[in-house]
Design a protein around this ligand. Structure first.
Ligand code: DNO
Length: 354
């Protein structure tokens, strides 16, 4: 297992100099942020990113994300060209020694919350989701913008895109995902890059858009769409865990050999389709993070882990969910659990390596 940390590049107030001081963190998760979605990532840019990270004694371990162009998700327009570009980016990443790529297949919007700095009783600030508020939000008025969202749409472009999705059902989205995987995973196998889809966050439809990577049955369906170890998962405990029907410990055990990247964080379910993000510790939220990490340990998990969103604590300001302190506490907590399981001599399965 390698403990990693998401770094948003040179504009990130959480610098590599700070990240390298977190005990037990050796890997960086990052991306190239200034290339328009769908275009090829040039090898020299990838090598430059890697060099800057390695100069700080860290390694570039996972790419999160190579975004998927909306034409691919809608099965429209220039999808074949964008898929070919995607494959070319994977080839370039492989040339730079990258072996794991995270991506998602959420229409238009990545992770979504109703409030970015909700004050918790201890004075920290956290991301929260209140169903009623999101239902009343209008994506066209741009009253909320989240770090994961592509901010390059014009109002008219966004309107047209949302209209196009009115004609796309969940089954259409599955078919378009299969079309993408049939072409991309073949290349991933050739160049030995493990593809790891991120689940939908939250795992239900928003703004009338379909979402499909949401529960156990759909994860199984996804893995069967292209049955290859290179077609795998980013198992995000916080994204899936806000649905009480999703049992993350069971997911880790059931899908262990197809999970390449683990996002670990806790959430507290506060109502139907309502939740708050909390500290990583089990006793702060609805998820038993101790049991989740134990399931990874016992299944012989040998991939990448990163602490996920943190609260804003100790007066820190910055990118919602992606400050330094609470994520660092998360990394140390997960590493502590891991060491505890190892020292207690818990048995581990021998994971087949690809
Ligand atoms: C949110 C992140 C997501 C993730 C993408 C992967 O905090 O986990 O934005 O990076 O969905 O494509």
């Amino acid at each position: 297992m390698e403990m990693t940390f998401l770094w948003y590049g040179e504009s990130d107030p959480v610098t590599l100099d700070k990240i390298r001081q977190i005990p037990g963190v050796t890997g960086i998760v990052s991306a190239i942020y200034d290339i328009p979605v769908g275009e090829v990532w040039p090898l020299d840019k990838i090598l430059d990113l890697k060099k800057r990270i390695e100069a700080k004694g860290l390694s570039l371990s996972v790419i999160e994300s190579v975004p998927v162009h909306e034409d691919i998700k809608t099965g429209d327009g220039d999808r074949d060209r964008y898929i070919e570009n995607y494959c070319e980016t994977l080839r370039n990443l492989a040339k730079a020694g990258i072996d794991c790529v995270c991506y998602n297949f959420m229409p238009v919007f990545d992770w979504t919350r109703s409030e970015l700095a909700h004050e918790l009783p201890d004075g920290s600030n956290a991301l929260i989701y209140i169903d009623e508020t999101v239902k009343n939000m209008n994506p066209l008025t741009g009253d909320l913008s989240l770090p994961g969202w592509d901010a390059s749409y014009t109002k008219a472009g966004m309107k047209a895109l949302l209209e196009k999705y009115q004609t796309i059902s969940e089954e259409d989205l599955w078919n378009n995902l299969k079309y993408f995987l049939d072409r991309v995973i073949k290349v991933a196998e050739e160049v030995q890059v493990k593809m790891a889809i991120h689940p939908d966050d939250p795992p239900w439809g928003i703004f009338g858009l379909p979402r499909i990577i949401t529960n156990k049955q759909n994860l199984e369906r996804f893995l069967k769409l292209y049955d290859s170890p290179y077609n795998g998962l980013t198992l995000c405990s916080g994204s899936l865990g806000v649905s009480p029907d999703n049992d993350i410990v069971d997911f880790v055990k059931s899908f262990a050999d197809r999970i390449h990247f683990a996002h670990i964080r806790n959430i507290k379910i506060t109502g139907d389709h309502c939740f708050e993000e909390t500290a990583h510790r089990s006793d702060y939220g609805s998820l038993d993070v101790g049991e989740i990490v134990k399931a990874y340990y016992q299944s012989g998990f040998d991939g990448y882990i990163r602490p996920d969103h943190g609260r804003m604590i100790w007066g820190e300001t910055g990118r919602p969910g992606y400050g330094l302190y609470d994520r660092a506490l998360g990394a140390v907590y997960i590493n502590g659990l891991w060491e505890g399981f190892a020292k207690a001599g818990l048995s581990r399965k021998d994971m087949k390596k690809i």
